[in-house]
Design a protein around this ligand. Structure first.
Ligand SMILES: Cc1cc2nc3c(=O)[nH]c(=O)nc-3n(C[C@H](O)[C@H](O)[C@H](O)COP(=O)(O)OP(=O)(O)OC[C@H]3O[C@@H](n4cnc5c(N)ncnc54)[C@H](O)[C@@H]3O)c2cc1C
Length: 454
């Protein structure tokens, strides 16, 4: 496993020490010193940057986890800023067109317990009202899609998903900063104090009592100095980085079931890129180029195998190639394969997953029980205070990650992170010293499913 501790704070402090001292944050000794000349680098001059927001909570990343975190925190009374690089929310579900959301219950028996409710259930019920649910391609038992009776998986119309989660966010009073790129973490005395972002208005600081890292890639944690790990590339399945695309059918409607299928058009799996490190800018760029140059060939291959697709055409490629996994934080606890396979119970459970482990064992390994606990400690990073992780970058081994990365448990994890952040602000504690039973009580009162204890 590759290990790292991210970037140094030095570059950041050199760049914005002035504004930070105005905010009462000390620059480290030597931060303003000119580094020794290096022909391979450019010394970015120090400058003051405006403090654009003073919030209770900044959530970085508006994917399923970040959306659920921001929504839950705002509903629990926190003043929340949500930072997202795209002009809409939804992350992989919308920006990578992977709009098949899985994970309300085990896909095979025992599936008697719905292991996620709360925000995720609310979103799917809203989508149902808008007639925005399609048929999932996954085999599963059919449930009637009522509160407490959700199916394992739903295909969702990505456009109406964007609409629903944006509307919910606005209604909850979240301060949305779209088209805004997280650049760096502001860390002082072992605690995160805010983040640096860039958008059309330039570089700005957003100060916060708590920061939730829902960037998927653990960008905030890595730049704050939280230790993390990444799987070696030869262990990453090729389809982990895939460009999905949308096709419109011609006159003939194929019999096949497609990933996100709405009758006249469907989203299909496109070319898989060679395994690459999605936190490496050049690698990501090359993967996009290779996948995009391959889409028409990919459709031609599909048409050869399925003549009913002869007059199908590509009508959309999304802005971002799907990237399944990158960094995982090292947290106060790392979820283990055993936890998932044996269904271990944890006293600090804040969410659950009942999804199969997808690739690791070379087959889809279903759970022989109804679900396992995700402990709060997996969201609490080592080394840096006032920071929580939500989504696919939480502290986990590979095997359980391949289960809890599905978007329904991901939203449950987001709900837990946002509620924890709001509670920390409300009670004047840090996320690390939070009263976890109180958090669990709050989550349960907001419809979260916490463990299967009687
Ligand atoms: C190819 C593929 C197939 C999948 N299949 C399924 C499936 O069938 N069903 C299922 O449920 N799940 C599936 N998944 C998994 C699921 O989509 C992810 O695990 C889930 O979306 C993770 O949610 P997240 O919110 O943690 O991260 P993401 O969805 O990655 O969202 C992260 C968000 O942060 C934003 N962001 C990142 N960095 C920055 C930055 N520096 N500044 C500002 N914004 C930033 C991104 O734009 C994005 O909106 C699949 C994933 C992939 C890639």
């Amino acid at each position: 496993m590759r290990k790292g501790n991210g970037w140094s704070r030095r570059g950041f402090m050199a760049a914005c020490g002035g504004a930070l001292s105005a905010a009462g944050i000390a620059a480290p000794a030597g931060a303003d010193e000119q580094p020794a000349p290096d022909p391979g680098s450019y010394h970015e001059p120090a400058r003051n940057i405006p403090i654009a927001r003073n919030a209770d909570l900044v959530v970085v990343g508006g994917g399923p986890a970040g959306f659920a975190a921001a929504l839950s925190a705002a509903r629990n009374g926190a003043k929340v800023v949500l930072v997202e690089q795209f002009g809409y929310l939804g992350g992989t579900a919308t920006a990578s067109l992977m709009a098949n959301i899985n994970g309300f219950r085990n896909q095979v028996e025992p599936d008697a317990t719905q292991t996620v409710r709360g925000v995720a259930e609310e979103v799917v019920l809203e989508l149902k009202q808008l007639n925005a649910l399609g048929k999932s391609p996954y085999p599963q038992k059919s449930y009637p899609t009522l509160p407490g009776q959700m199916e394992y998986s739903y295909a969702i119309d990505p456009e109406r998903f964007k609409y629903v989660i944006l509307r919910m966010s606005v209604e909850a009073g979240i301060d949305l900063m779209l088209h805004t790129w997280f650049c760096d973490s502001i860390v002082d005395g072992g605690a995160i104090k805010g983040v640096i972002v860039e958008n059309k208005s330039g570089r700005q600081a957003l100060m916060a009592k708590v920061v939730v890292d829902a960037s998927g890639d653990a960008d905030v944690s890595a730049r704050a100095g939280v230790p993390f790990w990444q799987a070696p590339l030869d262990k990453t399945p090729r389809l982990d980085n895939s460009l999905m695309y949308r096709i419109q059918f011609g006159d003939k409607r194929p019999n096949g079931q497609y990933n996100v299928d709405f009758g006249r058009d469907a989203v299909v799996w496109g070319p898989g890129a060679t395994p690459m490190d999605g936190t490496n800018g050049d690698a990501l760029s090359k993967a996009e180029i290779a996948a995009r140059l391959g889409v028409y060939e990919d459709l031609a291959e599909k048409q050869k195998k399925n003549p009913e697709l002869a007059d199908a055409k590509i009508i959309e490629t999304p802005p971002l190639i799907g990237v399944r996994q990158t960094r995982f934080i090292e947290g106060e606890y790392k979820l283990t394969a055993d936890d998932a396979l044996e269904g271990h119970r944890h006293d600090d459970v804040v969410a659950m997953s009942s999804c199969a482990i997808i690739h690791y064992y070379g087959y889809r390994r279903y759970l022989k029980h109804e679900g396992y606990d995700i402990p709060y400690r997996c969201l609490v990073p080592k080394a840096v205070d006032n920071l929580l992780a939500a989504g696919r970058c939480i502290s986990s081994e590979q095997q359980p990650y391949e289960s809890h990365r599905a978007m329904i448990p991901i939203m449950a994890i987001g709900q837990a992170a946002g509620t924890a952040a709001a509670l920390a602000v409300e009670t004047g504690s840090t996320p690390r010293s939070l009263d976890v039973p109180k958090l669990q009580e709050r989550l349960k009162s907001q419809n979260a499913v916490l463990g299967l204890r009687g």
